[in-house]
Design a protein around this ligand. Structure first.
Ligand code: FES
Length: 169
């Protein structure tokens, strides 16, 4: 589990309780509740899982098991600039894998991780419906098309003035 302890505010706990109440505090609605909570908070750290477990009268281990089983749930906060690489068929065929490798290399993180400065996080997506622009990369709400590995450095610099590996640090 995440080693960074966070303190939930009272209004945040109330919000999570409200999601549970709206779902009748039904353990069978756990996935639904986790979805809504992640939409609100961006991720599901241990402290949030404990609040949900408590409200639904479930063991924390059960909630943790569900969060870690499904890849769409994350316990890591997203970066200020979340980067998503489309790995749908069209993008894959046109080299998405190499583009992804370049992001991993320059940011020194893996998929599902956030850079140490909290700026960038990396994830993969299935087809985002822009196959004509393959390979496609999303940075926040910005879409970049026909990306080659050579473009990655520039994208990072444009997005957040990233201090990437190999920039003389
Ligand atoms: S496969 Fe990437 S946009 Fe369709």
């Amino acid at each position: 589990m995440s080693s960074v302890k966070i303190e939930l505010r009272k209004d945040q706990v109330e919000k999570i309780h409200a999601f549970c109440d709206q779902c009748g505090n039904e353990p069978g609605e756990l996935i639904n509740i986790l979805h809504r909570t992640q939409e609100e908070f961006g991720y599901l750290p241990a402290e949030i899982q404990e609040v949900i477990a408590d409200k639904l009268a479930l063991p924390v281990a059960k909630v943790y098991g569900v969060v870690t089983f499904y890849s769409f749930f994350t316990m890591i906060p997203k970066g200020e600039f979340p980067i998503s690489i489309c790995t749908g068929t069209a993008c894959y065929v046109r080299g998405a894998e190499k583009v992804l490798s370049e992001f991993k290399k320059l940011l020194d993180i893996q998929v599902g991780e956030t850079s140490a400065d909290g700026k960038f996080s990396l994830s993969c997506l299935r087809c985002v419906g822009a196959c004509g622009l393959a390979p496609v990369v999303l940075v926040g709400d910005k879409t970049y098309g026909r990306i080659a590995p050579d473009d990655v450095k520039e994208i990072l610099e444009e997005a957040g003035g990233a201090r990437t590996r190999g920039q003389g640090d």
